[in-house]
Every structure is written in structure tokens, then in C-alpha cells.
Design a protein around this ligand. Structure first.
Ligand code: GLN
Length: 308
């Protein structure tokens, strides 16, 4: 017998799939040519139960969702004070790729916009026999509860087309926010964006954050509770860029979008939600992803302004 949660998710996928607005991410050929009707949804509770519907096993690139997890790594490695010297925690209200650096210091407003994310990646160093990207892939894999991999073809496409990100990295170098050659940092930023995941993986990564940093399926601690608190706060205010205010009103949950079509949403203490559908709105957020999360938040009364 199917559980009521499963029935609910199957129905939601059926209801939302006909919405066909939006455009696939164009910079990566494999994303641009993806079937725009793909739509997958997964929900993992803090007890580790996973429910999935639609194309929840279809792989796509993590893109900007990676920023939340590299930020967690930098906070773990250096502590919040040293990270904040380089990257602030204030919403910029700008699109993700805006050249928004603070006057005088060049400090990015937050780690969710590209400038802040590239600076964040530069703070992570190799350790314990692993280079930086090895550590990043390893930590993301711990959060997902399975071994994730960088797609070389997505990386090459990001690397070939990422002129604006390179320009941002060089600007950050000119201000001393990046302290060494920008090229390795920008390349590892492209690689972290190119890690392949499924909606199920996203839901487990989100559930790890919902569960105070412990992967609910493996029991492994990925982040300390104080780091999770910090990351979720910044996701709440900055995770959706120039749509963060509207998102706070309509959904009211910490979230992170990626141009690969993924959307990760955390319901602290309860569950993680992962959605995937390639067509994006003007903010670079999956159209069906937003619709699905809005519906789930409403149906379960999950908005942080709702009275339980
Ligand atoms: N790789 C993309 C970029 O750097 C990621 C952006 C995103 O997902 N919003 O432009």
C-alpha cells in the first residue's frame, strides 16, 4: 500500500508538471538540451525516511546549491569571524552574478552570490591527503550519503564560458579578498558547480542540514550545529538572491537554487526537500521547483510565520 505522503507527492508532480514556463540553463550544452518536462521531487525526514516522485533519480549539476555547502566547510575550517572578514552576511538584493563588492574593501556582501562563493572556495585548502576539490566532493558526498562526482563535461563548459566569474575572481584578487592566483579558486568553483546530483541527493543533503549537520541515513556528522545555524541563516536571507524577500513571504524556509534546475529547501528539525526541473525563471530558479515548494509549504503549514 502506498503511504499518504507518497500519494501526496505523486499527485503534486502530476499537478505541477503541465506548467511549462521558463528556459533551461544555456551555458552548459547538456543542461540546455535537457528534456524540459523532467520533474522530480524528494523529501527526506530527519529520521532518514525518503519519499520520491517523478524524475527524482535523474542527474543534473549542483551549480549554486554548492555554495551553501562550501560556505559550511569554510566556517568549519576557519571559524565565522575569519570568514566574515572576507565575505559578509548581508543580502545584496542583486542577481547571482552581479559585480556587487563593498565599496573600498571589495568584500562580497554574502557567500551565495558568485563573488562571495568564489571567495569562499578560495578559503578552503587541501588537507589530510586530499586537495581542495577532493575535500569538497568528499564533504558533499557525506551530506548526500553516497559518493558524488564532478562531471568533466559540465566543468569544461563552465570553464569555457565563465568569463564573468573569472573577472569577478580577478577583481577579488585586486582587493586582496583572494590572496593568491585566482585561477585555481575559480576552477574549483566551476568544479563544485559541476558535481552531479539527483533530487533524492538534494533531499538528503537538505535533511543533513535539517538534522543539525548529521546525515540522518548514515549517522555521520558533516557540520557542527553552530555552523548549520549560520548557513541556514544566510540561506534564508541570501539564498534566493534578488528574489529572497518575495521567497521569504511566499515560502518562508531556508533554500538554495541552482541553474542546473535543482532547488534545495530545509525544514529545520523536520525534513529536507529536493526538487529538480530544468526550466528556470529570471532569477535562475527552477519554475516547477518554486511551485512545488510553495505548495508543500502551504499544505503542511511550514512557513516560519505560520502558527503550528
Ligand atoms: N555556474 C553558475 C555560475 O557561476 C552557477 C550560477 C547559479 O546556479 N545560480 O554562473
Amino acid at each position: 500500500m502506498r503511504s499518504p505522503v507518497q500519494e501526496y507527492l505523486d499527485r503534486l508532480v502530476e499537478q505541477i508538471r503541465p506548467h511549462d514556463q521558463g528556459t533551461n540553463y544555456q551555458a552548459v550544452p547538456s543542461a540546455a538540451s535537457m528534456d524540459p518536462s523532467l520533474f522530480g521531487l524528494a523529501l527526506t525526514t530527519v529520521e532518514g525516511h525518503c519519499y520520491a516522485a517523478g524524475d527524482a533519480d535523474h542527474t543534473f549539476s549542483l551549480q549554486s546549491i554548492s555554495k551553501a555547502f562550501t560556505y559550511g566547510m569554510a566556517l568549519e575550517d576557519l571559524g565565522p569571524e575569519r570568514v566574515q572578514e572576507k565575505i559578509d552576511v548581508e543580502p545584496s538584493g542583486d542577481p547571482f552574478n552581479e559585480i556587487s563588492l563593498q565599496a573600498g574593501t571589495g568584500r562580497p556582501d554574502n557567500p551565495m552570490i558568485n563573488a562571495g562563493a568564489i571567495a569562499t572556495t578560495s578559503l578552503i585548502k587541501g588537507r589530510g591527503g586530499r586537495d581542495r576539490i577532493g575535500r569538497i566532493v568528499n564533504t558533499f558526498s557525506d551530506a548526500a550519503g553516497r559518493e558524488l562526482k564532478v562531471s568533466e563535461s559540465v566543468f569544461k563548459a563552465e570553464d569555457r564560458s565563465g568569463h564573468r566569474n573569472r573577472a569577478l575572481a580577478w577583481l577579488l584578487r585586486s582587493f586582496g579578498i583572494l590572496e593568491t592566483d585566482p585561477e585555481p579558486s575559480v576552477q574549483d568553483y566551476f568544479r563544485q558547480c559541476s558535481i552531479l546530483v539527483t533530487a533524492k541527493d538534494l533531499s538528503m543533503m537538505a535533511a543533513t542540514l535539517a538534522n543539525q549537520g548529521v546525515n540522518p541515513a548514515t549517522g555521520e556528522r558533516v557540520f557542527a550545529p553552530r555552523v548549520v545555524r549560520w548557513v541556514l541563516s544566510v540561506m534564508s536571507t541570501c539564498g534566493m538572491y534578488d528574489d529572497a524577500g518575495t521567497w521569504a513571504i511566499e515560502i518562508g524556509l531556508p533554500a538554495k537554487s541552482g541553474v542546473g534546475g535543482g532547488l534545495l529547501v530545509v525544514v529545520p528539525g523536520q525534513m529536507g526537500v529536493g526538487v529538480f526541473s530544468p526550466p528556470l525563471d529570471d532569477h535562475g530558479t527552477s519554475v516547477r521547483g518554486s511551485l512545488a515548494i510553495a505548495q508543500i509549504a502551504q499544505d503542511f503549514g511550514l512557513h516560519y510565520g505560520d502558527v503550528p
